[in-house]
Design a protein around this ligand. Sequence first.
Ligand code: GCW
Length: 675
Amino acid sequence: MEFDQTWLTSEVVERSIGGKSFYFDDLPEENEVSLRLRSEILGWGRARITSDKEDAEIILRVRPGVLATDESYRLESSEGVISVIGNTSRGILYGFYSMVRRMINHQGLNFESTPSQPIRMIDHWDQIDGTIERGYAGESLFFGQYGKNSNPDRKEFSVRDVVGDPFRRDYQRVEFYARMLSSIGINAVSLNNVNVRGLATFLITDPLLDGVADIAQIFTSFGIKTYLAINWEAPKRIKQIKTSDPLDQEVRDFWKEIARNIYNRIPDFGGFVVKADSEGEPGPYQYKRTHADGANMLAEAVEPYGGHIFWRTFVYNSRQDWRDRSTDRAKASSENFLPLDGQFKENVSLQIKFGPIDFQTSEPLTPLFGGLKRTNQVMEFQITAEYLGHQIDINYIVPQWKKVISFDTKYRDVGDSVASCILKEHAIDPEKTGFTSVGNVGMDYNWTGNKLSQANLYGYGRLSWDNELTPEEILDEWINQTFLSIQPKYRKTIYEIMITSNETYKKYNAPLGIGFMVVPSSHYGVSVNGYEYDRWGTYHFADRNGVGVDRSVATGTGFSGLYSDEVARMYEDPATTPDDVLLFFHHVPYTHVLQSGETVIQHIYNTHFDGYEGVLDYIKKWSTLEGVIDEIDYSNVARRLQLQKQNALEWRDQINTYFYRMSGIADEHNRTIYE
Ligand code: GCW
């Protein structure tokens, strides 16, 4: 096997089920998930299947209607026999992996579980030429042979230009990936980048649909539905129709025909993911139609087959003039989508980035959550570390996600977090709500570039399944399974590094929620003014007196008024705005005193010195693992830590120097800041 087996090492499975005898109680023979379960059990851990229930150590029982949902499972253990119970074989599949995990983690085997979020999805930004937009772990698992010679930006691409096979067809790798995903409860994947260009536009048609069908079949057997991102202009590109107007009959018929053909080939196909009128991509605005017109037209096309549309709300003016202070990118998705609340069909979900800007180290929850009252909503995260260190810097992101999903929107007196209520209660079909996230895997040996970034994929799945889990519990599980055979004290070292890593990264990055002081386009490394005079709407407005964006209602852009009254009041006033998003909401003097008691300028200096020290400490700690963990994993992280050190140093010195020059205020502790 040419790749790392991650948290599902043979050792993990062998230790938990190796040699045990299984009995299948009413597990249907014909269904793909059942067949998969059988082969999992026989293939891994060399378990036995017995025809005599009395001999069984583990019984898999289908009991329709016993549990809350068809994905739920129950584990029961008594007198040496473990039962895994589900309404369907899918429930049992999740129960089986849970049993393996719980055995390794010593968690007890009387346990019942229902997923917190019905949709638990991964979006791939994989491109047909094998590259991955914002991918930091090698090429795509799905595409990558033909593409080298193709030009994905050639908009007039025609299917006649397909001279080779763009699919990688490494099905062993795809199968292993699907297994990893289903072991953490993922139930949907979208295969291709949301910027759908060139040949990728044709994935929804023959002959490329063949390759999609092969991949989908593997995912199906693990209970995972396959989706494709589509190009809004497909009617023009594929069938030379003159328009892509969603109300045009020819366009509507085109999409119906596309859907019919896809579902013929892939009966449990999920549906489409759409990025429209966003960052230069085409969309319904071009025809003066609304996003509801666009989404509903596609929804109608897939409706007869139970299909589903994910429509992204990442719509903003990406050609802003930096001189224009009246436009606020943070308000854009609310301005575009709040007026459409209640107009989307039942099989449409709006796919909403968790923050109002773009996956920064620190952002408030977008006010669309709670603002939309009658719309299916899916919260979008980014596992791939675009703004969070490119899987070079160690960054265990789960603490940030946990904080986001637990945010209390205060629309009611009782706790009103997004995860626990808003998504379901404000939906028209609660089953069409949940989480989705840009994935972080590629063909690299260890899947994620930095071995430790696997924990983010693992953590995303686990948190989506169970919103109550803590980042600490999830990390413990991942380390136990991934570094199974090392002594506890060494596991503790890995834990100590990872559990603080998100905070450490935040410390040396853009301060106090201001975001985007990154190198333009690559988004790795510091560039304080890289985006300051650009068109993307991401400004910090630092001057000699202070820094930050005034988004208050009283004197600023009015963004803070988009929240519930209580939350709006909190963000309106710098004194009650939490420190970590202060500069997102307010332009304050450098001498402004934070809730922590420090001034803004001293906070900037302190955190930037601390962040760098934190990385030096990680290097020291990691070096104690040499010879303890696998050499490949050891040097994989050790090498990246050296790069992280350099990155943190640049961030520290450039940020400190910039703000020292701006403010003229010296560091209270007289540390070195360059003049
Ligand atoms: O943050 C931006 C990324 C783009 C991405 C876009 C999006 C796929 O820099 O690379 O495009 O978000 O989410 O659509």
